[in-house]
Design a protein around this ligand. Structure first.
Ligand code: FES
Ligand code: FES
Length: 135
């Protein structure tokens, strides 16, 4: 049944494509195979909650299903919660045993979304330090 879910997300990926309005975009690859995923994230006005996520790219069933499931899972989640997700959370979400060889496939989307948030936060900090000086 769980395998079914992976195949379903692989064949009918949810939120595949681009967001018209996005807060940040980031892409990353699985160094083991070179497969790449790009993810768009739209945050709410306070930039604390994830409103929408879209992804595109190529990869194996596990990486694509993981990105598709994650795009649903992240909706409504706080940025903080998203940043706290780890490998085990992703594997739980997938609902299957992942062999060590395939862990990088499973966590690719999670890593891209988190790295993108880090970079975005970093840029915001940089803007702050160049525009105001009270901290
Ligand atoms: Fe993904 Fe080997 S790198 S299956
Ligand atoms: Fe490339 Fe899985 S084999 S992401």
């Amino acid at each position: 049944m769980y395998r079914q879910q992976i195949l379903d997300h692989y064949k009918n990926p949810r939120n595949y494509g681009e967001l018209d309005e996005k807060t940040y975009t980031h892409a990353g690859e699985n160094p083991m195979c070179g497969d790449e995923i790009a993810i768009d994230v739209k945050l709410d006005d306070d930039e604390e909650t994830i409103e929408r996520v879209a992804f595109r790219g190529d990869g194996c069933a596990i990486s694509q299903a993981s990105a598709s499931m994650l795009s649903k899972e992240l909706r409504g989640m706080s940025v903080e919660e998203m940043q706290e997700m780890d490998r085990d959370d992703v594997i739980d979400m997938l609902g299957v045993d992942i062999s060590p060889m395939r862990v990088k496939c499973a966590v690719l989307a999670e890593k891209v979304v988190q790295d993108g948030a880090d970079i975005y936060e970093g840029e915001k900090e940089l803007d702050k330090t160049t525009t105001e000086d009270d901290e």
